[in-house]
Design a protein. Structure first.
Length: 176
């Protein structure tokens, strides 16, 4: 991973392409408003690229640690806002009402992109499960032709349970 930059609070910070702004599993002590450029959020196979107007690290405040690595994908500029937990976020939103709309827009974009990735994973999961079911059935037929009694019902149940494991909550897409 590239080198983590030292961010200066309550100031505009210039960030070089490839620099790490925040690292996964580190304490959230600031958030940053992306003023110029693009920043990638990445962790555990999830990758989102955020553009100008998005808050970086805001989705991590409640947890207290960053859930993603935030890496500049262009030469960028961010305004860094020191923060201490949800109370700090509430205080900032009271002091700077203009940030409310930006924060809502940032969260909406984040959720919309996550939903797209979830839908893609669901489709790939379904394709894989269909493929496995077909192969299990072929295996069972070949075994029967050879005089073997092969039960694949347990394996098929495991495959089907994996399809269900990636289903989204009922209200996840309610507003999208």
């Amino acid at each position: 991973m590239n080198e983590k930059v030292q961010l200066t609070g309550n100031a505009m910070n210039s960030i070089e392409n490839g620099a790490v702004l925040y690292e996964k599993d580190t304490k959230v002590d600031s958030i940053a408003l992306l003023v110029k450029g693009r920043v990638e959020m990445a962790a555990d196979g999830v990758s989102l690229v955020l553009g100008t107007g998005n808050f970086l690290g805001a989705c991590d405040i409640a947890k207290g640690t960053h859930s993603f690595n935030y890496i500049a994908r262009d030469d960028s500029a961010v305004f860094v806002i020191p923060i201490r937990g949800m109370e700090g976020m509430e205080q900032i939103l009271q002091e700077k009402p203009d940030y409310r709309g930006l924060l809502v827009t940032s969260f909406n974009y984040f959720l919309k992109e996550l939903k797209k990735q979830l839908q893609h994973l669901q489709q790939e999961n379904q394709n894989l499960c269909d493929f496995l079911k077909e192969k299990y059935e072929q295996c069972s037929q070949v075994a029967a032709m050879c005089g073997f009694d092969l039960s694949v019902e347990g394996a098929l149940k495991k495959v089907e349970s994996n399809v269900l494991a990636l289903e989204e909550p009922e209200d996840f897409g309610k507003y999208y």
